[in-house]
Design a protein around this ligand. Structure first.
Ligand code: IMP
Ligand code: MG
Length: 190
């Protein structure tokens, strides 16, 4: 067998939440809509590292118009499962966003703190527009409001891994999305 499947992480995961096929469906639907909306606008896709890498790769390939891409690394989490609330830029964009139509591609919105900060920051830098595609959202945990134009799927308040999402940098290469067993992170810093 090639690739990391749910069977390869059976001991650490409670159950598979979103299959590989469903992930593709969600991304393809959003990308089709975004391709229509951004036709002629040369959008800049901004990927929030590292979790959104898989989503950006699939999303950009599902888009049918020319796009550019850039990457930014932000940190609001330690090695635990709760947002610290404080955002630091670990690695900045290399693109000047002034006058650009920016579409942020994100893996998951939890408290919303990271994205609310990023939307404000990109507008402050002079972007012509800033919208969001989020593959997943945990509505129960939202602390600040963020407008998500391209919605993926809502999930319950559980810690998930796979398709880019990690716990302590592991499980990112799992090809579907699964709920992590609390025993894996119990005792870790929150
Ligand atoms: P927020 O600022 O609380 O919305 O945090 C969003 C970021 O936290 C996401 O982009 C992820 O990197 C990370 N995150 C939130 N929930 C999860 C999860 O269930 N699994 C893995 N990472 C998560
Ligand atoms: Mg992220």
């Amino acid at each position: 067998m090639v690739g990391m499947r749910i069977a390869d992480v059976q001991e650490d995961t409670d159950h598979e939440l979103i299959s590989k096929e469903e992930i593709s469906d969600i991304i393809n639907r959003a990308a089709a809509q975004a391709s229509e909306d951004y036709r002629g606008k040369n959008p800049l896709l901004v990927c929030v590292l590292k979790g959104a890498v898989n989503t950006l790769a699939a999303f950009s390939q599902a888009m049918s118009i020319p796009v550019q891409m850039d990457f930014m690394s932000l940190s609001s989490y330690g090695s635990g499962t709760e947002s610290s609330g404080k955002i630091t830029v670990r690695q900045d964009l290399s693109t000047d966003v002034r006058g650009r139509h920016v579409l942020i591609v994100e893996d998951i919105i939890d408290s919303g703190i990271t994205l609310a900060w990023l939307v404000d920051e990109l507008k402050r830098r002079g972007a012509a527009s800033v919208e969001i595609f989020a593959l997943l959202e945990k509505p129960a945990r939202r602390k600040v409001n963020v407008d998500v134009k391209y919605k993926g799927r809502e999930i319950p308040d559980e810690f998930v891994v796979g398709f880019g999402l990690d716990y302590d940098e592991y499980y990112r290469n799992l090809d579907s999305i699964a709920v992590l067993k609390p025993s894996v992170y119990e005792g870790g810093q929150a």
